[in-house]
Design a protein around this ligand. Structure first.
Ligand code: URP
Ligand code: ZN
Ligand code: ZN
Length: 455
């Protein structure tokens, strides 16, 4: 029996907080209460610290092979840096590989992850236009049997074959997902609008132009179009990385009609704006959808506070400075930026310096809600007895500066360089094992396990 006793910490879940001890045995929560004792248990004193359920980054692209290159953070590096951000589970993406069906694509990705992941993991399975055929229903049933119930579609990227726009195929996908209890997630940028803008565009294609080439209206139109298509089949739809007020407004309209729409945003769209795209470092901030205006930041922050956003995740998709700066043309800059390690620190800082959201909100947005939506609850995202003993232990008083000097992404930069924050993850625990304490790493490549998504 392996036991860990966390003493005197303040437990924070999505509803409240209370000073209690937690006894973890063989990787699970065994007991929660006052003055707990256990002979032979390793003791961790969490006095003065906040103990959160392990965080979930529900949108990562570690080891993404794309556009003739591969992202900077491999599975091993991505999952290692995750623990410095209190993240003990990630939901990454399996591409729909050309020439492979969905189950083979899934297994291909799982094989790559197996001996490398240092945190627990699940996957969203991509369903791309190029591979969509008449066997879709059987393929989805098989995926479900393999423990995957979340799917990912793209409303853009015709050139890569990802785009799924055929209305009959969409209806079929939503019908089948509904029948099987699967959740479709969508990257929303309306492709016809983006193609039309590029066709008449007479300006430059510099990073500063990115937000005009892929405007908020394209996000809004895609949310309206795909949201309607899902609603017609009575199927829920989860919008990944909502970036704009216009997008939010479409979500509000759909919800008002009775559609079940879930909204995810990322720290990027909460805390960075398009002014970052100007100047020589502009390529470092290129991602899709592009950065928007300060007004969009405000609208999303308000939506975070009033409960309209369901999940915050990062879309961590890191390239090195050299990869990013190898082009100044947004048609060829590798899109994506790092963020898993920064997420909790930016959110805690916002909570503690503005009071507009609470630590309970952060737990709800980055642990409990993603666990529930992606079929990981109550194994993850919960302090229930029997849940995995995964914890992010926060020192709320530590003030520090986000900088590549202290962060762990192989990208060699952080989009938040120089940002001063209050609150730091002091310790991360994965299934009863301390994997990070005081900045020292104790995790092991391959110690993360695949978590099946339940109903
Ligand atoms: O630019 C981004 N976000 N790259 C990652 C892939 C995606 O579209 O989410
Ligand atoms: Zn995306
Ligand atoms: Zn993404």
């Amino acid at each position: 029996m392996k036991a860990l006793l966390i003493k005197n910490g303040c437990l924070v879940d999505s509803c409240g907080e209370k000073k209690l001890d937690i006894l973890c045995v063989d990787g699970r929560i065994k007991e929660i209460g006052q003055n707990l004792k256990c002979d032979n248990a390793e003791i961790l004193d969490a006095d003065g610290l906040k103990v959160l359920p392990g965080l979930i980054d529900a949108h990562t692209h570690y080891h993404l092979v794309s556009r003739g290159t591969v992202t900077a953070d491999s599975f091993a590096q991505g999952s290692r840096l995750a623990v410095f951000g209190g993240v003990t589970t990630v939901v990454d993406f399996a591409d729909h590989n050309r020439g492979m069906n969905l189950v083979d694509s899934l297994n291909y990705r799982l094989d790559e992850m197996k001996d490398n992941m240092a945190v627990d993991y699940s996957l969203h399975q991509g369903v791309y236009g190029h591979g969509f055929d008449d066997t879709i229903e059987n393929q989805l049933e098989e995926l479900k049997k393999q423990g995957i119930k979340t799917l990912k579609i793209f409303t853009t990227y015709r050139e890569t074959g990802y785009l799924l726009e055929d209305c009959e195929k969409l209806a079929r996908l939503f019908r089948c997902a509904k029948k099987l209890g699967m959740l479709v997630t969508a990257h929303c940028e309306y492709n016809p609008m983006i193609e039309e803008i590029s066709a008449w565009w007479k300006g430059t294609f510099l990073p500063k132009d990115h937000a005009d080439l892929r405007p908020a209206e394209a996000e809004a139109k895609a949310i309206a179009f795909y949201g309607e298509a899902a609603f017609r089949e009575n199927c829920p739809l989860y919008i990944v990385h909502v970036s704009s007020e216009a997008g939010l407004n479409e979500i509000r309209k759909l919800r008002k009609k009775g559609a079940c729409i879930y909204a995810e945003t990322t720290p990027t769209y909460l805390f960075l704006d398009r002014s970052k795209l100007e100047g020589p470092d502009g390529p470092l901030y290129v991602m899709t959808p592009p950065l928007r205006t300060k007004r969009d930041n405000e609208a999303l922050l308000n939506a975070l506070a009033n409960g309209e956003i369901d999940v915050v995740a990062t879309d961590h998709c890191s390239f090195t400075r050299e990869q990013k700066l190898s082009s100044n043309d947004v048609r060829t800059v590798y899109p994506g930026i790092p963020g898993t390690e920064e997420m909790v620190h930016l959110l805690c800082n916002y909570a503690m310096t503005t009071g507009k959201i609470s630590l309970n909100d952060i737990v709800r947005l980055t642990s409990t809600n993603p666990a529930k939506l992606f079929g990981l609850y109550p194994q993850k995202g919960s302090f229930e007895l029997g849940s995995d003993a995964d914890f992010a232990i926060l020192n709320p008083d530590c003030e520090w500066t986000l900088s590549k000097e202290y962060l762990h992404s192989a990208s060699g930069y952080t989009p938040y360089e120089g940002v001063k924050v209050k609150g730091k993850i002091a310790t991360t625990i994965l299934k009863g094992n301390v994997v990070m304490n005081g900045g020292d790493y104790y995790g092991k490549k391959g110690c993360g396990a695949f978590i099946r998504q339940n109903d």
